[in-house]
Design a protein around this ligand. Structure first.
Ligand code: ACK
Length: 743
């Protein structure tokens, strides 16, 4: 190099990769040379060059994190979708990597998911912006980290750039029964017992046992049993039979177990079939009595957490008769209801869509509770503190430790002492309803305590409490996408309820609970008391008690409560969420609300509300209930908005929002507030009085013209204060003119 004449040497900032190149090249972007005669350029800090990158190529850096990731949970599968990173780092070879962590909802500690999770199409090197994870565990919290990587990511010593998504998986069918043991075998019968599946994923409602003579698969018999033992009788002596068992929970049937083959005794073992029946009955009755004695022993010993809690449901199972059905015809033993449900045109029809069963249809409400809720021994529960008051007694937080399960944080609703039988029935009615639901956006029932004097309903714990209080406390703190995420969750829970045929009747932000992951869950399910315990509920002229502000006109007028009236209430919840827990219709009286809504007026858009969301609210508030969207349409629409966040950028025009209120009404001059100062003081914003006056907003008339931009100009920069002032202004106007947005 020293021998080259000075004029052939590249200056700093230039390089010549080969001595044969005719000229020097300028260093490509994000690279430099400080020396003369460089043959390559160095990358700037945080920029890198992949080995295979030509020296003429710019230095590049790892991409930023992917954006706007959304998740869709379907039982134990999770679908993730995201938007590419804003900065690809200057490279075209961006791909994505998914890290999966399983998290303990109580401790918050996470561990890698392990090998059982399958990724479709794959976990690493994803070119598309979506992936599906299957075979996750049911009812488990997962965190997925989506990382964008490119050709230089592995050279980056800095922190990984990822977007993370927290999800809770849903119900799943039980895993297959894996171990089946033969019991008593005679020439005509085979008794079997088996263990609950490793992953029941819920309360096992029953087992289905399919069996047939070996090599005669076309003619099989199905027995249903709530126990983990059965006896197949009327079999041929000395013949081999194949058995398969599957379990059913609220989520449906799990897969059949592998085939188990057992043989009946040859004829010579017992003289006649009639005689052989006697020992079987004796044996099974004896086994039953012993089993019952063992179970009762366990329960009475009080050692619940060492076995009692787990046994409680088995005790119930003992009480149920098993049901037998033979392929193609029914036996006298069969319950005709079962026949209708499962067999159709001679074919087995698996129970498909589940519907809600009104506990009122049970003659004995206690039976309903125990059909749908697990009995918990009180010694498994530790009450920690009182968190609120419910209609029937205190609501506490605490922990639940069931045998073989991790300790869980729970909420415990208690029934106050001295309750009447009706109060006990109504109180537990909520559990009979809640226990039928299994959805990530519906509050999950852990079980009930009914065997003691202290009656309790134990549910999952929701760290952030009721949504309305939570939003008020965190005014202005969330992004629009986060708020829409909350609304999406509520809509998804309501879709599930409406699919089940359950009408909530009291959907309101106060009846939604929110956890630490900001997952919203619908709660407050009741029977006759549905609306009795809601402080918002008011008596109507027809005698019922109704939360007027949240209720559709047809439900107020003639008690037509349907999923469509729940959709109206959902629209009000949308409004509550987007206005951070503002009271719908502010301080208007119930009568004025009924009148205004009847006359076609609707709530105005909350401040800074995306136009698409306000339009959806207005759709939910269509007078004709058939014109309102269905919950599945609402979920799809919100999903679309989340997937395309730019669609949320168009806000309801601030000036139209305000002027809408004034349509055809008198000016604000006749305000109940005599001065601007008095008004600002009343809303605890007195500190701005001087600034308002100095800037010409000295009368309520002038104040009526204030826009959010004006507030910013006046130095009201805190979003919370801006909202308070704008919302109060609306309230003042509404009170004065009793006018909302006419539809
Ligand atoms: O807003 P909060 O803290 O949330 O006050 C009410 C109170 O009990 C009376 O209903 C709280 N609460 C009810 N159920 C739960 C639950 N599952 N997890 C946490 N808090 C709950 C509610």
């Amino acid at each position: 190099m020293d021998s080259l004449p000075k004029k052939w040497v590249c200056r700093p900032g230039f390089f010549k990769a080969s001595p044969h190149s005719p000229s020097c090249s300028k260093c490509p972007p994000h690279s430099y040379t400080l020396d003369e005669a460089s043959t390559s350029c160095l990358c700037e800090e945080h920029y890198f060059r992949k080995e295979s990158d030509p020296p003429t190529m710019a230095c590049t850096r790892p991409p930023s994190a992917p954006r706007s990731a959304i998740s869709n949970v379907n039982e134990t599968s999770v679908f993730l979708e995201w938007i590419p990173p804003a900065d690809t780092g200057g490279r075209k070879d961006v791909s994505y990597y998914i890290a999966c962590k399983k998290c303990n909802s109580h401790s918050g500690l996470c561990e890698a998911c392990g090998g059982h999770v399958r990724y479709l199409p794959q976990q690493t090197g994803l070119k598309n912006t979506s992936v599906m994870m299957v075979d996750l565990l049911a009812h488990t919290n997962y965190t997925f980290e989506i990382e964008a990587v490119n050709g230089v990511s592995d050279q980056n010593p800095g922190a990984r750039q990822f977007v993370s998504v927290n999800v809770t998986t849903n119900q799943a069918a039980p895993s297959p029964v894996s171990s089946v043991k033969k019991g008593k075998i005679t020439k005509n019968s085979i008794s079997l017992s088996w263990q609950e599946p490793d992953r029941p994923n819920g309360i096992i409602l029953e087992y289905e046992i399919k069996y047939f003579e070996k090599d005669q698969e076309m003619s099989y018999t199905i027995i249903k049993s709530k126990e983990t033992t059965i006896t197949a009788d009327s079999l041929k002596p000395g013949s081999a039979y194949v058995f398969q068992i599957r379990a059913r929970t609220a989520a449906g049937y799990g897969g059949f177990s592998r085939r188990f083959e057992f043989e009946t005794s040859p004829v010579s073992v017992a003289a006649s079939s009639d005689q052989s029946q006697i020992p079987i009955i004796v044996v099974s009755v004896t086994v039953g009595v012993i089993l019952l004695a063992v179970v009762i022993g366990f329960l009475l010993s009080g050692s619940c957490c060492d076995g009692g809690c787990g046994w409680a449901s088995s005790l119930r199972a003992v009480a149920y008769p098993s049901l037998t059905w033979r392929c193609g015809y029914s036996k006298a033993k069969q319950d005709p209801e079962e026949e209708k449900m499962h067999f159709h045109n001679g074919h087995i029809k698996l129970p498909g869509v589940r519907t809600y069963i009104d506990p009122h249809t049970y003659e004995d409400p206690n039976q309903a509770v125990h059909e749908f809720a697990k009995e918990i021994e009180v010694s498994c529960i530790t009450i920690e503190r009182v968190i609120g008051a419910g209609e029937f007694g205190e609501v506490c937080s605490g922990r639940l430790k069931l045998q073989g399960k991790h300790e869980l944080p729970v909420a415990i609703k208690t029934l106050k002492v001295g309750y009447t039988e009706k109060q006990r029935r109504d109180f537990l009615g909520e559990a009979s309803i809640m226990g039928q639901f299994d959805h990530p956006n519906i509050i999950h029932l852990e079980g009930v305590v009914t065997k003691n004097k202290s009656v309790m309903i134990v549910t999952e714990y929701m760290e952030n409490g009721s949504l309305d209080t939570f939003l008020k406390k965190n005014d202005g703190q969330f992004t629009v996408i986060q708020l829409v995420g909350m609304l999406r969750g509520i809509a998804s829970g309501m879709k599930y309820l409406s699919d089940m045929g359950y009408v909530h009747r009291d959907l309101a932000a106060r009846n939604i609970l929110i956890n630490s992951n900001l997952v919203c869950k619908v709660s407050d399910f009741g029977l006759s008391r549905v609306l009795e315990d809601d402080p918002e509920a008011a008596y109507t002229t027809r005698g019922g008690k109704i939360p007027i502000r949240w209720t559709a006109p047809e439900a107020i007028a003639f008690r037509k409560f349907t999923s469509a009236s729940d959709v109206w209430s959902y629209g009000i919840v949308m409004w509550e969420v987007m206005s951070y827990g503002e009271r719908p219709y502010w301080e208007m009286t119930n009568q004025d609300v009924i009148k205004a809504v009847e006359e076609g007026y609707r709530l105005p858009s909350p401040m800074d509300c995306p136009a698409a969301l306000y339009q959806l609210m207005l759709d939910c508030w269509q007078k004709d209930r058939n014109s309102r969207p269905k919950f599945d349409e609402i979920v799809s629409m919100l999903d679309k908005l989340i997937r395309n966040p730019s669609s949320l950028k168009t806000l309801v025009n601030a000036s139209s929002r305000v002027s809408n209120l004034l349509v055809e009404h008198s000016p604000v001059g006749s305000s109940t507030y005599r001065s601007v100062g008095e008004w600002l003081e009343a809303i605890k914003m007195g500190r701005y009085t001087e600034i308002f006056m100095e800037n010409g907003y000295s009368s309520m008339d002038a104040v009526a013209q204030v826009t959010i931009e004006d507030l910013r100009r006046l130095g009201v920069t805190l979003v919370g204060h801006q909202k308070k002032i704008m919302n109060s202004l609306q309230e003042v106007k509404v009170q004065l003119v009793n006018g909302m947005v006419p539809l």
